[in-house]
Each structure stands twice: as C-alpha cells, then as structure tokens.
Design a protein around this ligand. Structure first.
Ligand code: ASP
Ligand code: MG
Length: 421
C-alpha cells in the first residue's frame, strides 16, 4: 500500500453507541488510500463502570454482579443494533465469549493485589470495544485485523501507570504490524515481561497511539474527538473560547501539564522525539482541519490560554518558632509528598512558611497531618481551584470569575497562576 501511513485514535465518546460506531466507519471509508492503524478506547464510560465493578468486588458486595451485567447488556445491545443478521450477530457474540469468561473468572476468584487486579479488570473495556468494532468494520467492507495490544506495548510492572519499554515495544510492533492491511488495537493497555496486563494511566489511549506511531515511524497521529480541536480554554468552563489552529509540542506539553485535559500529557514526548505531527480533529466534522501540533509551530492565533484545575488543596506549612524554612525542611516535606504520591502543582515560599497547591484526595489528609504536624504549624484549605493563564496579557485575569477569595497569585515568564476558593 502506498501513500500516507497514519495512526487514528478514537476515544470513548466517539464510540459511545451504535450511531458513533457507524459514524466512525463512514469516516474511515474516506481514508481507503491510507495505511491505518486504529486505536480505540473503551466505549462511553465503560472504564468508570469497570472501576466500580472492581470496587464492589473488593467490598464483596452484591452490587458487583449487577454492574457487571449492566456492562454486558450495554455492549450486547450495541452488537444487536449493529448486526441485524442473525449469523453475523452470533459470530460477534462468539468472539466476545472469551472476554466474558475471563471477567467471570476474575470475579469468581479472590482479589489479590489491587493495582494488578485493577489493570486486569479495566482492560476488558478496550478488549470489548475493539472486538465489536473490528467485526463491524469488516462487515462494512473495511479489511482490518484485530490485534491484542498486550502483544505490542511492552511495559514495566508499575500497574495503573506503567512505563513503556521502548526497545521491546518497537521490536514487537515491527514483527506484528506490517503494512499489508489496516489494524485495530486497544488504547491504554499493555503487558509487562511476565505477560500480566498493565495500563498506562487513565485516558492513556492517546499515548498508545503516539507510541505506535513512534515505533513504526508512521507519518502522523490523529485524535478524533467530539470537539473541533484544542481550544484556548475548556468551553464548559470559560466563555468565548476559540480554536487553536496550531501550536508547538512545547506549548501542548505546558497546557497538558497545567491540567488542560484535551490530550494525555505523555502523548507529546514520543512524537516530539521524531517530529511526528499530531492532529486533533472532530469526528462530527471530519473535513475541518482541527488543531495541528508540531515542531516549532507558532501558537495560532496567538492568544491567552486558560486552564482550571479543580479539587485543589492549599497547604500552608510554617515553622513553630519563626525559624526560617530552609532546604533541609523543604526536602523533608517533599519527601513526604513523594511518598504519598502527591503532585505539587504550584508552591510559594516566604521566610517562615511555604505553601503548596496539589490535587486533593480525601484519604491523604490523615497521613499527611500525622507526618507533618509534629514539626510544623499547618493550615489546609480544601476545595480550592488553580487557574493557569498561558500568554497572559492585559485583561486576561478579569476573564476568571466566580471565586470568593484569592489565596495566591504568581506570574512567571509566560504563565500567570491564581489559586482561589
Ligand atoms: N478507557 C480508558 C479511560 O477511560 C483509556 C482512555 O480512554 O484513553 O481512561
Ligand atoms: Mg475512555
């Protein structure tokens, strides 16, 4: 096959029901000259539902089987809608049976290691979606070969946030994926050297698409979304947002770092290393150009970009005796953050106190206080919000509304940040 080689990623929203899968199929029919690898997430909110199954399973609650049944019915209803003909339908049912059996087997056993159990459980979502969709694409005349991504993405054993082992991944992909047909595979999941299922972190399918493109040196990645591309702010949060036509890898990493949830933050790095362009486009209006992310691309239009991070905690740590907070104390504090898995989004220091803004999680508080209050005076404000404005200019700050009080604000070269409640 000649011409372009591209990786397409479809998220849960694009395949949330039968209509979504039909739309995706029509979209793909327009790319018959292109060599494609198609990466798909779990349908709709299936991953959340699987997390719930896991929770109930751990609690040995009756609810577990109920939610499991709902997931099953949801997928079977989609199959019934897509495959009217009995024989075709039976064939899809058959192909899903091993997945139901594996789920059943897991639920009939005892939980062991939470993160490992988690990865095994949530991976069923992607396995189900790709199986159903690959059958449908084939039925619609698009020849596509289904691949188990656990045979393609090699990772370490950090369950729930696995790191890709690049050499092994490249080798596996080059062996398994030639250019003779289209392939469809799961986002988000991989396997460690022992063959156990791992996952790359929630919303990790973008990263899978980037990894495949990197390993096989394809020409570009396109992430198909229910929005026109990347905007200068989440339209659900900010007024008068505009579409960004293009931006650089660095800008995209900064935006993702501060919490813009348009693409998974790890996605950019492999693409940048090989200067592979990334497109974010609308699956509703696929003819529109969307957003192009690439090497040294000037932010266009050059405009202020807004990000809001919710559920922030603002922790003020001060010395009891007005002693200075010095490096040894800071490294002590940061070590505790590290141990508890706390990621500090912003910090500020004065002579006798330091303040930290981080993603708050209810279960953190007790341990955090236990370890810090022996040495410091602590003041914790929950339910704060962190606003970040990139390329802030006169009037930008005024666009942020609806808070009671500013806890902190700071300005660095290109970035203005505001912690409020
Ligand atoms: N299905 C997974 C999630 O919802 C991965 C993804 O959507 O990228 O987190
Ligand atoms: Mg998803």
């Amino acid at each position: 096959m000649e011409g372009l080689k591209q990786v397409f990623k479809f998220g849960g929203a694009s395949v949330k029901d039968a209509a979504g899968i039909r739309n995706m199929t029509e979209l793909l029919k327009g790319f018959q000259e292109t060599q494609l690898i198609i990466v798909v997430s779990a349908m709709a909110k299936t991953t959340n539902s699987l997390e719930l199954v896991l929770k109930y399973w751990y609690e040995a609650s009756e609810e577990c089987r109920k939610v499991w049944k709902e997931i099953q019915n949801f997928h079977l209803n989609i199959v019934d809608e897509l495959f009217q003909e009995k024989e075709a339908r039976e064939e899809v049912y058959q192909s899903l049976n091993p997945i139901w059996a594996a789920m059943n087997e897991q639920l009939s056993s005892k939980p062991t290691h939470f993160a490992r159990d988690y990865d095994k459980m949530v991976s069923f979502g992607e396995l189900l979606s790709t199986k159903i969709i690959s059958h449908y694409l084939n039925k619609e005349g698009l020849v596509v070969v289904w691949k188990d991504c656990r045979a393609l993405i090699a990772t370490d054993s950090t369950h729930r946030n696995a790191r890709i082992e690049w050499e092994a991944t490249e080798r596996k992909m080059k062996e398994a994926l030639d250019n003779t047909s289209w392939f469809i595979t799961q986002g988000f999941i991989g396997a460690n050297a022992e063959g156990e299922t791992t996952t790359l972190g929630r919303e990790g399918s973008d990263y899978t698409a980037a990894a495949i493109c990197y390993a096989l040196e394809y020409d570009s990645v396109t992430i198909w979304k229910d929005v026109p591309g990347i905007k200068n702010g989440d339209p659900k949060v900010f007024k008068d947002t505009v579409l960004l036509h293009q931006l650089s890898y660095e800008e995209a990493i900064e935006l993702a770092y501060y919490g813009a949830s348009v693409i998974h933050p790890k996605t950019i790095q492999p693409l940048q290393r090989k200067s592979i362009p990334l497109f974010v486009k609308s699956f509703i209006e696929p003819q529109n150009p969307g957003t192009h992310i690439g090497k040294d691309l000037e932010l266009t239009p050059h405009i202020d970009c807004f990000i809001r991070k919710e559920k922030q905690w603002w922790l003020r740590v001060s010395t009891r005796d007005l002693a200075f907070i010095a490096e040894d104390q800071l490294s002590f504090i940061y070590k505790i953050f590290y141990d508890l898995g706390i990621r500090v989004n912003l910090s500020s220091h004065s002579a006798v106190s330091s303040s930290f803004c981080f993603n708050g999680e209810p279960q953190l508080q007790v341990e955090l206080f236990k370890r810090l209050e022996k040495f410091f005076e602590l003041e914790l404000i929950k339910e704060a919000q962190l606003y970040t404005i990139r390329h802030s200019r006169l009037g930008s700050k005024e666009k942020i509304e609806g808070y009671r009080k500013v806890l902190h604000e700071q300005m660095s070269k290109d970035t203005f940040q505001l912690v409020v409640v």
